[in-house]
Design a protein around this ligand. Structure first.
Ligand code: PLP
Length: 374
């Protein structure tokens, strides 16, 4: 892009491409909007919890006023449930906000930010937006983060690396890092380099993969733990997430955030959703069953998929670099929206968000049909 306005590093940014909205696909392919199935943005197939809907309706009567800039009630709740002081918590306009605040708080033009190949698309965006340099470290052969290589990249940066993004599980690969690996990494990273541990899908981890990230926040003053209400809590449209870090880093994030970065409805809904353990449990079980449903079908179709710890599965739909886009187009024509991941360096794969049983079924049938014709 060339324009006489703006900074070079801003002009160089490739804008984020999200899952395609249902209404847009309906228009483009002449389909009935109500019949379209969207498995493209890792949203909760249950929608938002009723408890959050009720809380928002009540909060709606106060929308003439600014939100609580400090999110007192929500922070108090998170603090008591998670066992960290409230002043270790930063609320964000989506956890995306926390990722960007972290980058802006610790890095600037000329600095480096380290993350893995095939990692979440927001990491390079947050890096480029401040004119810092992305150091993208090759993934392991199984598409996961190579933490020893990422550590090496930090050490070789001769002090330029200021921040590392680690996603666990990662999106779009669903890959998972064990607690020992992460802990060894945190112990080895220089203490003046910040580490964001992005746990947007934490609530979907099966019991045997759970670990205590809060204990690490207490131990490592350079760590920021990031969590989201968009996925398991079903509040993607409201934009709310939070970061947990010791006061030194939290204070920095607080200085650069917008004063009212989290709106009143989002705060009210998050308070309700966080306490709605029944909704969380239902979503967890639905996800676990949907994962088995999808992966069973992939095995039957002889398709390679990556074991996923999130609410989505990455599946390889062909052996040429046009495969992802080609199969995606055929799915769109049948009213099914999934996510091509060529922009993540995975052009032979598609990412499927786990939906309701009947949505998964419709996707599986469409994919079978398409592959049988190919
Ligand atoms: C979805 C996602 C997020 C953030 O989502 P928000 O809606 O901004 O909270 C963060 N990290 C990863 C890896 C994600 O997939």
């Amino acid at each position: 892009m060339t324009t006489k306005f703006g900074l070079k590093h801003v002009q160089a940014i490739a804008p984020y491409v999200g899952g395609r909205p249902i209404s847009e696909v309906a228009r483009e392919y002449g389909l009935d909007e109500t019949k379209i199935i969207k498995l493209a943005s890792n949203e909760n197939p249950l929608g938002m919890p009723q408890s959050a809907r009720d809380a928002m309706l009540e909060a709606a009567s106060d929308l003439g006023r600014y939100p609580d800039s400090n999110g007192f009630e929500l922070k108090r709740l998170l603090s008591s449930r998670l066992g960290v002081p409230a002043d270790w918590i930063t609320l964000g306009n989506g956890s995306n906000d926390i990722l960007e605040l972290a980058a802006r708080a610790v890095a600037q033009s000329g600095d480096e930010i380290v993350f893995s190949h095939h990692a979440f698309a927001v990491y390079p965006l947050a890096t480029q937006a401040i004119g810092a340099r992305s150091v993208e470290v090759a993934a392991t052969p199984s598409f996961g983060h190579d933490l020893p290589a990422m550590l090496q990249a930090v050490k070789e940066s001769s002090g330029k690396a200021k921040l590392v993004f680690v996603a666990n599980p990662n999106n779009p690969t669903g890959t998972y890092l064990g607690a020992q690996e992460i802990e060894a990494f945190l112990e080895a990273v220089p203490s003046n380099v910040a580490v964001v541990l992005d746990e947007a899908y934490n609530e979907y981890l099966p019991q045997e993969q759970r670990y205590d990230a809060i204990a690490w926040v207490k131990r490592f003053p350079n760590m920021i733990l990031s969590r989201s209400f968009s996925k398991a809590y079903g509040l993607a449209g409201l934009r709310i997430g939070y970061g947990i870090a010791q006061p030194e880093l939290t204070d920095l994030l607080n200085r650069i955030r917008q004063p009212f970065n989290v709106n009143s409805l989002a705060q009210a809904a998050a308070i309700a959703a966080f306490q709605d353990t029944e909704f969380l449990k239902k979503g967890f079980e639905l996800n676990r069953d949907g994962y088995l449903q999808l992966t069973k079908a992939f095995k039957e179709m002889n398709l390679t998929y990556l074991p996923s710890s999130g609410n989505f599965v990455l599946v390889k739909v062909g052996n040429d670099d046009g495969a992802g886009m080609r199969i995606n187009l055929e799915l769109l024509k049948r009213g099914i929206i999934v996510r091509p991941v060529g922009n993540y360096g995975l052009p032979q794969w598609l990412r499927i968000s786990i939906g309701l049983p009947e949505e998964n079924e419709a996707f599986i049938n469409a994919l079978r049909d398409i592959l049988a014709q190919a």
